[in-house]
Write a protein that binds this ligand. Structure first.
Ligand code: ADP
Ligand code: ZN
Length: 214
């Protein structure tokens, strides 16, 4: 099963993908995670992408395409998160793989801003929390590993606005590009604190109805 999860920053792509990964046997592949890891480890790739991530800009297509091509290689099962984010990336992806379905997360700008500004991440294990909607038991400490929680630089208010603009201008056209070509599963969310499991249930149910999973 080759799935793509698509939506604005803060729509829950990463959160839902890891739950879906647990329920059906697909590997969660997130370009944002790959880049952040590279920046943290100060690899060659990390040095190239850092300035884009800090500003909330898109990493150039050529570079992202190369990374994804390498990562997907001969894989038959995956859920792609954060790629493609431009029509050119979508064309490149289609040139070497066929997707089974696209999961669209439809959320309002208001929810995005609320969620992103309160998002916190574990420095050690990468677990994602939300100070308002999914807080850790102890303030700023990871429930899983005791690591320290931090706020991503690109989750600060100024950068959030730029990321929403970039999404609308560069990424939304990807939906038009795929429309009609592959099945769409649309998940509408109108509350910032919508229960995660319910959202995932509804996505799974739609995949089942479309006979994409049993
Ligand atoms: P979010 O979906 O919350 O905006 P991600 O973790 O998916 O965040 O991505 C973080 C950053 O990584 C983006 O703002 C961008 O700089 C870079 N990035 C990730 N995926 C891509 C992509 N497909 N094309 C270009 N840049 C990307
Ligand atoms: Zn942790």
């Amino acid at each position: 099963m080759k799935l793509l999860i698509f939506g604005p920053p803060g729509s829950g792509k990463g959160t839902y993908s890891s739950r879906i990964e647990d329920r059906i046997d697909v590997e969660h592949i997130a370009t944002g995670d790959i880049f952040r890891e590279a920046v943290k480890k100060e690899t060659k790739l990390g040095r190239k992408v850092k300035e884009y991530l800090d500003r909330g800009d898109l990493v150039p297509d050529e570079l992202v395409n190369k990374v994804v091509r390498e990562k997907l290689k001969e894989k038959d099962d995956f859920i792609l998160d954060g790629y493609p984010r431009t029509v050119d990336q979508a064309k490149f992806l289609e040139s070497f793989t066929d997707l089974d379905a696209l999961i669209v997360l439809d959320v309002t700008d208001e929810i995005i801003i609320k969620r992103l500004s309160s998002r916190r991440i574990c420095r050690e294990c990468g677990e994602v929390y939300n100070k308002l909607f999914n807080p850790p038991e102890r303030d700023d400490i990871c429930d899983e590993c005791g690591g320290e929680l931090y706020q991503r630089d690109d989750d600060k208010p100024d950068v959030i606005k730029d990321r929403i603009n970039t999404y609308e201008n560069r990424s939304e056209p990807v939906l038009d590009y795929f429309e009609g070509g592959i099945p769409f599963v649309v998940n509408k969310c109108r509350e910032a604190n919508a229960p995660i499991e319910e959202m995932v249930d509804s996505i799974m149910e739609q995949l089942r109805k479309k006979n994409l999973i049993s």
